[in-house]
Design a protein around this ligand. Structure first.
Ligand code: ATP
Ligand code: MG
Length: 524
């Protein structure tokens, strides 16, 4: 049951009623006189009225673009950095030559509307939708447009997904574009030939494309082609929501269809400082309470259903969130919504997990500032490590983490108990270092985050001091001193290293004295 109802008054006109029904996708509008309910207008009522009008008059007034009377907000594209503007202009020209329509859609339009007007906007991923019919049965208009752009920019990489639908143009570390990703999708009408100038079909086709999207603020389109280039299409009230800073889904079942949208809602809310609109939040809670994600997970775990696309998207949303500067707030918001259950039914963010992740983040920033291992990946492992040991591998597998992550999470419990048990038994630094040496940096980080203070301290010392100590004599120098490579050789080096760690050997003369005492050379 909706709580923030759209209502009308007795004098509301038929076009206004149509507009409300289309924009907000409502089938019934209560009629209020003051605060008194005096009637209701349904879709059938509207259809009946419309049916009585002549067919031509109906056609003239009924296409969605006409209904919503899109505002023209100056030329938004002017706010884009010049190199991006140029690509869009060329793409629009190519589309026009073929009689197609081209739109900038999704995040780019949102970000352009939100951007400061006195600075150029740089966008690294651009979504375009082309609406046009291509004669060849196996090439979509989007693919054709991408190919023709590729011929103008030979350095770009072209990826084609699916048979008809989308193509991506990728620039990597380009001197002009740096890293840029341009996705070109084809609106659905490509399958039906129609005159390009038919505004009714055109409007419904871009409308359909936008209707499949997640939030009103992400379902805006900016027309790039003539006529009416620069026109903003806002079928779902996205501009109002940008102004009132609301994340609002297009339809109530959105989250049941695709749980990753919950993560997206939180990501945009935290990143933009917006509110999740109350009814959208209610839909999130409803979807989670319905247990639908647990069912998918259980069936997937039992091998009965594969949901790789869903899990890959979930992983990519998690990556997005965990590598953003606002990850802590986003994770907290996800936890408040109980949305961590999409990862595993038992996962929640208690104080100890929040502490562990913050500590992991601090250690990573301090010990691996160049991100030799992606930090988001270790944070995700830290999150999964909070589950019961038996569940960790399952989640790693469901989310299709790398085999290293999977192995780490599988071995974590055994390694951790081994270290917690044996570290206190060591007297000397060299013994502790030997115990920790077999494990990679990532494994030690995960263990440190989860372990009691004394263990954490030893791991810290190992990572910051012991593992950095250089041998006082290298293998080559040892050979120069007359020692022959062989099984004993490694042991000599190890012993020297241990003696250095324990402070018995501090320089080359002490190393040579140590060798003379412990590994004297026979003169034969
Ligand atoms: P960002 O600035 O983070 O890239 P974005 O809005 O561009 O934000 P993308 O993930 O690049 O987000 O997706 C591009 C567009 O595709 C979105 O704006 C939205 O319209 C649509 N979209 C993406 N994911 C979904 C989804 N799960 N469900 C529906 N629409 C989606
Ligand atoms: Mg994007």
């Amino acid at each position: 049951m909706a709580t923030n109802l759209r209502t009308i008054a007795p004098h509301t006109s038929l076009p206004e009623i149509e507009s409300l029904m289309v924009t907000y996708d409502v089938g019934r509008l209560p009629v209020l006189e003051g605060d008194r309910l005096v009637g209701i207008v349904t879709r059938t009522d509207v259809l009946r009225q419309v049916g009585q009008q002549s067919a031509s008059a109906y056609r003239e007034s009924h296409h969605p673009a006409h209904l919503t009377r899109p505002p023209i907000l100056g030329n938004l594209v002017e706010r884009l950095a010049p190199q991006l503007r140029e690509i869009l202009a060329i793409a629009a020209h190519q589309a026009e030559e073929r009689g197609w329509h081209l739109y900038l859609v999704g995040g780019a339009v949102r970000d352009l509307l939100l951007a400061d007007t006195d600075e150029w906007v740089i966008i690294t991923d651009i979504d375009l939708v082309v609406d046009g019919y291509h004669r060849s049965a196996d090439v979509g208009a989007g693919v054709e447009l991408a190919r023709s752009l590729q011929s103008l920019y030979p350095k770009v990489r072209l990826d084609i997904h699916g048979k008809f639908q989308t193509a991506a143009l990728l620039w990597h570390k380009d001197p002009i574009f740096d890293s840029l990703w341009v996705d070109i999708a084809t609106a659905r009408t490509e399958f039906y030939p129609y005159p390009a100038a038919n505004p009714e079909v055109e409007a419904s086709s871009i409308h359909q494309d936008l209707y499949r999207r997640d939030f009103t603020i992400n379902a805006l389109a900016l027309r790039l082609t003539q006529p009416r280039s620069g026109e903003l299409l806002d079928f779902f009230g996205g501009i109002l929501d940008l102004q009132s800073q609301q994340i609002r889904v297009l339809h109530t079942h959105s989250f049941v269809e695709d749980p990753t949208r919950i993560y997206r809602a939180v990501r945009f809310a935290v990143r933009l400082g917006f509110e999740i609109e109350p009814q959208t939040e209610a839909s999130i809670r409803h979807a989670i309470a319905s247990g639908i994600y647990e069912q998918v997970q259980n069936r997937q775990t039992a091998g009965r259903v594969s949901a790789p696309a869903l899990q890959t998207r979930l992983k990519s949303e998690l990556k997005h969130i965990l590598q953003a500067p606002y990850w802590k707030a986003a994770l907290q918001k996800l936890a408040d919504l109980e949305a961590l259950r999409c990862i595993h039914s038992t996962l929640s963010l208690d104080d100890s997990l929040a502490w562990q992740l913050r500590s992991l983040d601090r250690w990573l920033r301090c010990l691996d500032p160049r991100q030799t291992i992606p930090h988001w990946q270790l944070l995700l492992e830290g999150l999964i490590a909070h589950l019961q040991p038996g569940d960790r591998a399952t989640v790693a597998q469901n989310l299709q983490l790398s085999s290293e992550s999977h192995d780490r999470l599988t071995q974590l419990e055994a390694v951790q108990s081994h270290l917690i048990e044996n570290l206190p038994r060591c007297d000397r630094p060299s013994q502790r270092a030997k115990l920790l040496k077999p494990y990679d940096f990532a494994m030690l980080m995960l263990i440190a985050a989860q372990s009691p203070r004394p263990t954490r301290r030893q791991i810290w010392r190992y990572l910051t001091v012991w593992s950095q100590i250089k041998p006082t004599i290298t293998g080559r120098e040892l050979q120069q001193l007359g020692y022959k490579p062989g099984p004993k050789f490694r042991q000599i080096l190890d012993d020297l290293w241990a003696a250095t760690l324990d402070g018995q050997v501090n320089d080359r003369p002490q190393a040579e004295a140590y060798l003379a005492e412990h590994y004297p050379q026979q003169n034969d």
